[in-house]
Design a protein around this ligand. Structure first.
Ligand SMILES: [Zn+2]
Length: 431
């Protein structure tokens, strides 16, 4: 049997359908959240399922769900809601969302579901080109954010030496990496840049250090050209983009052969790309919202979950030869993060790509003030110490004008004036 990531399209769909029917059969009797939703489409018993769910395409009968459904369910049925396939005693892991867009959502896992997540990570490592000799460093705080918890456990299970970097300063983390000759770093793109900045301040040359690969997640940055190049230059290492969510687990990763996109782990989920308004499938090459059904997060699965993330399915085959769905350009952004400037919809990641192309930018912040019809848009730049400030500002201004066709107010702030982040950056402020 081939590895799950190397299956042909037909074999993959067979695996997906087997896993889907097994999942749904389990939920129809034991999970009250899904039992109720299944009843709406006539799936009440295993007998109904034989007739009602006889191909992958039949999944689309089920209405889509989103975060609000689970928040409402947890509000009504505190603290964990009703999306539970077992009694509470069967769960061993708790994570929660950051709560940046409302109340944090709590998510529980059973040991079996968690083991499946670790399996997904072993696929990610293979696709990313991790070798048995690689040593991993995890410079992030091990709180309830799912972040790299599963990656850590997954790397341990795959036999790698793993360095936990919780509760440490950035410079202590850099020492940990160097002292132990870590070769793979898992963090957000923002924090990869922050560590590089701290290294520069301490006259440490990361490009000559031991790290050869950074697996980044939590933000679109890993697939944003300017951000990616800055990280790769500072670390002298390859960036591999990865995407996952608390509610889904690890779902997508860039392959070694095809930078600038991510493969979806389709043995772990069913992914659909749909029009965000009509929820009808869109063809490959057309931007749509990613809808995910998790097949092996059995203790608390989601079916046809609206991620809010906009993607384009790559119509062309990937140079790696895998038949897995490939998201061209990675995660493009979230529909609700879109910024409207002079009538144009712009993703924050596109603005970041322009700013990061300019040499000498240490950090930046974009302030958007809604004022009558025209949004006011200003950019604060914190230049790298010693950079020619006027040149940096002029470069950013010209980059924005040429790319988006509008004039932004660009100003400079002093060293250390803008916030730094250990997890996701918050560089876009609406007033
Ligand atoms: Zn590929």
């Amino acid at each position: 049997m081939s590895l799950p990531e190397d299956l042909s399209r037909e074999e993959l769909e067979t695996v997906q359908f087997e896993r889907l029917t097994e999942l749904v059969n389990g939920l129809v009797s034991g999970n009250s959240f899904w039992k109720e939703r299944f009843a709406q489409v006539g799936w009440r018993t295993s007998v109904d399922l034989v007739a009602g769910l006889n191909s992958l395409a039949e999944l689309s009968q089920l209405p889509a769900c989103d975060k609000r459904d689970f928040v409402a369910d947890q509000d009504e049925n505190q603290p964990y809601g009703t999306n539970l396939s077992e009694s509470l005693a069967g769960y061993t892991r708790l994570h929660q969302t950051s709560g940046t867009t409302g109340r944090p959502l709590r998510w529980l896992d059973t040991p079996a579901a968690w083991a499946n997540l670790l399996d997904a990570w072993s696929q990610i490592f293979r696709i990313a080109g991790v070798t048995p000799e690689d040593r991993f460093a995890f410079p992030f705080s091990f709180g309830p954010f799912i972040g790299f918890w599963a990656a850590f456990d997954g790397a341990v299970a795959s036999g790698h030496l793993c360095l936990p970097g919780g509760g440490m300063s950035s410079s202590a983390r850099l020492r940990l990496i160097e002292d132990n000759q870590a070769t793979v770093l898992c963090c957000t793109p923002t924090y990869a840049l922050r560590l590089a900045e701290v290294a520069r301040e301490g006259a440490v040359n990361l490009a000559q250090g031991s790290v050869r690969m950074l697996i980044v997640a939590g933000e679109p940055g890993g697939s944003v050209p300017g951000v990616r190049e800055d990280i790769e230059a500072a670390w002298g290492a390859r960036v591999i983009d990865h995407w996952g969510m608390t509610e889904l687990g690890p779902i997508a990763v860039e392959c070694v052969e095809g930078p600038g996109g991510m493969h979806v782990l389709e043995s772990e989920c069913v992914a659909e790309v749909v029009d965000p308004d009509t929820l009808e499938a869109v063809p490959a090459g057309v931007q749509g919202e990613l809808l995910v059904t998790t097949l092996r997060r059995t203790g608390s699965p989601v079916l046809r979950y609206r991620t809010g993330d906009l993607v384009v399915a790559d119509p062309d085959p990937c140079p790696c030869g895998r038949s897995l769905l490939r998201l061209k350009g990675g995660i493009l952004g979230r529909a609700d993060d879109m910024i409207t400037v002079r009538g144009n919809n712009v993703f924050p990641s596109s603005i970041e790509a322009v700013i990061r192309r300019i040499n000498g930018v240490a950090e930046f912040r974009v302030v958007i003030e809604s004022e009558s019809v025209l949004d006011r848009f200003s950019v604060e730049i914190e230049p790298v110490v010693g950079a020619a400030v006027d040149e940096v500002l002029a470069g950013v201004e010209a980059g924005i004008r040429e790319t988006f066709n509008f004039q932004a107010k660009v100003s400079a702030v002093g060293p250390g004036q803008l916030p730094r982040f250990e997890l996701k950056g918050r560089r876009f402020v609406r007033k």
